[in-house]
Design a protein around this ligand. Structure first.
Ligand code: SF4
Ligand code: SF4
Length: 172
């Protein structure tokens, strides 16, 4: 049986010097650099946060919001389906009776710990009432304490559906 012996790479003097490879890499880097300098529109980086991305699609999973009826009351019926489906166990719901005829229960409190959340959207998919969504487009969160990342019912209901930088997405 014929055996093809392949010479070991990196054994020649040229390989051992490293300099040809280094100069080859530098040549590629500088050719891109000069090309981009001549045509700045070609540069793929952006000056974030001064420049915000405008290519976030409607399928992007941002920070959650609780959806509302026309009278601004919550659609959530405190069924715990989202909390049960959540793999990170980061949804806390405290239910109370509801008397406005829209449902039997409502969440007295609804909290999501965004430091625990893995943004899987299982909560959205599990909800039978379309009461929780991740279409706010909020992708950047900052805070100086852990508590700031635990959003309560009021904050979740104040979050709006993103309008500014969602592009039409043929998959959306
Ligand atoms: S996105 Fe996933 S991890 Fe985050 S709250 Fe929903 S179910 Fe839990
Ligand atoms: S958000 Fe949806 S799944 Fe979660 S408790 Fe409310 S109604 Fe149930």
């Amino acid at each position: 049986m014929g055996i093809k012996i392949v010479p070991r790479h990196g054994q020649s003097l040229k390989d051992k010097l490293y300099l040809p490879a280094i100069f080859g890499g530098m040549k590629t880097t500088f050719s891109h650099f000069s090309k981009n300098l001549r045509n700045m529109d070609n540069v793929k980086t952006m000056q974030y946060p001064e420049v915000q991305p405008d290519d976030i699609t409607s399928r992007y999973r941002g920070v959650h919001r609780l959806t509302k009826w026309e009278d601004e009351s919550e659609k959530c019926v405190a069924c715990y389906m989202c909390a049960t489906a959540c793999p990170a166990d980061c949804i806390f719901i405290e239910a109370q009776e509801r008397f406005d005829g829209k449902a039997e229960k409502r969440p007295k409190e609804f909290k999501i710990d965004l430091l625990e959340c893995v943004y899987c959207s299982y909560c959205v998919q599990a909800c039978p009432c379309d009461a929780i969504r991740m279409d706010t487009g909020i992708f950047s969160l900052t805070g100086s304490s852990r508590e700031e990342f635990v959003l309560d019912k009021k904050q979740l209901m104040a979050n709006e559906q993103s309008k500014g930088f969602l592009k039409d997405d043929k998959h959306g």
